[in-house]
Design a binder for this molecule. Structure first.
Ligand code: NAD
Ligand code: IPM
Ligand code: MN
Length: 365
């Protein structure tokens, strides 16, 4: 089999607890499907490194990490010791921007065995993708503060939408919709109130739609869209959104499917000029860190997305099927508290790894 070189960053808080379970699943898959993962764990992009060095990453990070095939990431942020904008703009957001990972692909799926907080929703009712623009939009460094400390103190933070940046995320989303059964795309907008950038976004959506006559397109302003995520999650198939709107929708979606602890993401550079980054949607969860009860499924599902990206399709499907099987078994002694169980991060992680091995054996028999 092939060898894939992976840069590993566990990060802070529960990042360091779910990462070993992500690696356990990857190792089980590599063994069963006969490929080699060459993983290198880096000790930076975390609060401890910042405390020692006054920055989140060494100066040569771009060359060091750029040489890998993919990045497997836990969660960064420890606001008690490092301000969040410092830790995130010093690590994760650098990766996304410098490695041009302009697609943030975030599946939202209600799984058999997980209770949705919405009454009467069953598996199959909620199954869509949030396609989030990941390099520009509201996440810009353009702006500033003037008249600081006076009563005229003024802060400006610009939103950036480039034609290239908007069109490439829309193209990715339309292609995904086109390839899907439903051939349906929803655009998140706010062109009624945000009068320069969002009408531009709508205009580019309309333009791009011309290239995809088979795709049904609708749009909602972000305010009512959040309401519809709760009231009608079955309406959605591919939802494309700007950076900030996509961020919000990709916590709300998983909440509707029971817990954000299962939600995965791929920060993808589709051209493969740079490594893509795979990480759970959730953060470092300081409120439960150190207790060993964090749900590892978001990390494990991200591992499946990474395997798919690396071309290990069979292994990816096996990992996916393994965690879906374990969750569907509803063994509350294995499941973490956010899933209603009494299990731990490692009880659930181990069960999934064993299931990967068992399912692979069955396939190969
Ligand atoms: P969070 O996602 O860390 O936690 C939100 C809530 O969800 C908490 O109650 C937490 O306990 C729960 N939760 C999260 N992941 C869980 C899991 N795997 N299992 C069970 N419960 C889980 O969001 P936050 O509290 O807003 O942020 C905490 C820190 O993480 C901040 O520093 C923030 O900037 C950072 N953050 C990092 C990332 C990332 O690295 N990609 C993403 C989001 C937040
Ligand atoms: C996410 C996170 C990040 C984001 C934060 C930690 C900067 O919330 O990956 O969703 O806003 O993109
Ligand atoms: Mn987020």
């Amino acid at each position: 089999g092939e060898t894939h070189s992976i840069a590993v960053f566990a990060g802070d808080g529960i990042g360091t607890e779910v990462m070993p379970e992500g690696l356990r699943a990857l190792n089980a898959a590599a063994e069963a499907f006969d490929f080699t993962l060459h993983t290198t764990e880096y000790d930076y992009a975390n609060a401890e490194y910042y405390a020692k060095h006054g920055q989140m990453m060494p100066d040569h990070w771009k060359e060091q990490i750029g040489a890998h095939d993919a990045i497997f990431f836990g969660a960064v942020g420890w606001p008690e010791t490092v301000p969040d904008h410092v830790s995130l703009w010093g690590s994760l957001l650098q990766f996304r921007q410098h490695f041009d990972q302009y697609v943030n692909l975030r599946p939202v799926k209600l799984l058999d065995g997980i209770k949705s907080p919405l009454a009467d929703r069953k598996p199959g009712d909620v199954d869509f993708y949030v396609v989030r623009e990941n390099t520009e939009g509201e996440y810009s460094s353009i702006g500033g503060k003037i008249f600081e400390g006076t009563d005229r103190e003024t802060v400006i933070q610009e939103t950036v939408m480039t034609r290239t940046g908007v069109d490439r995320i829309l193209k990715y989303a339309f292609e995904l919709a086109q390839a899907s059964g439903a051939k349906h795309l929803t655009s998140a907008t706010k062109s009624n109130g945000i009068k320069i950038s969002m009408p531009y976004w709508d205009e580019r959506v309309e333009q791009m739609a011309q290239n995809y006559p088979q795709v049904t397109v609708d749009k909602f302003h972000i305010d009512i869209l959040t309401a519809n995520f709760v009231l009608h999650p079955d309406w959605f198939d591919v939802v494309v959104a700007s950076n900030l709107f996509g961020d919000i929708l990709s916590d709300l979606g998983p909440a509707v499917t029971g817990t954000i602890g299962i939600a995965p993401s791929g920060n993808i550079n589709p051209e493969r000029k740079f490594p893509s980054l795979f990480e759970p949607v959730h953060g470092s969860a300081p409120d439960i860190a150190g207790k060993g009860i964090a749900n590892p499924i978001g990390q494990i599902w991200s591992a499946a997305m990474m395997l798919e990206h690396l071309g290990e399709t069979e292994a990816a499907q096996c990992v996916q099927s393994a965690f879906e099987t374990v969750i569907a078994q509803r063994d509350s002694s294995l499941l973490t508290p956010d899933l209603g169980g009494q299990g731990t991060t490692s009880s659930l992680g181990r069960a999934v790894a064993e299931q990967i091995t068992a399912q692979a054996l069955k396939l190969q028999r």
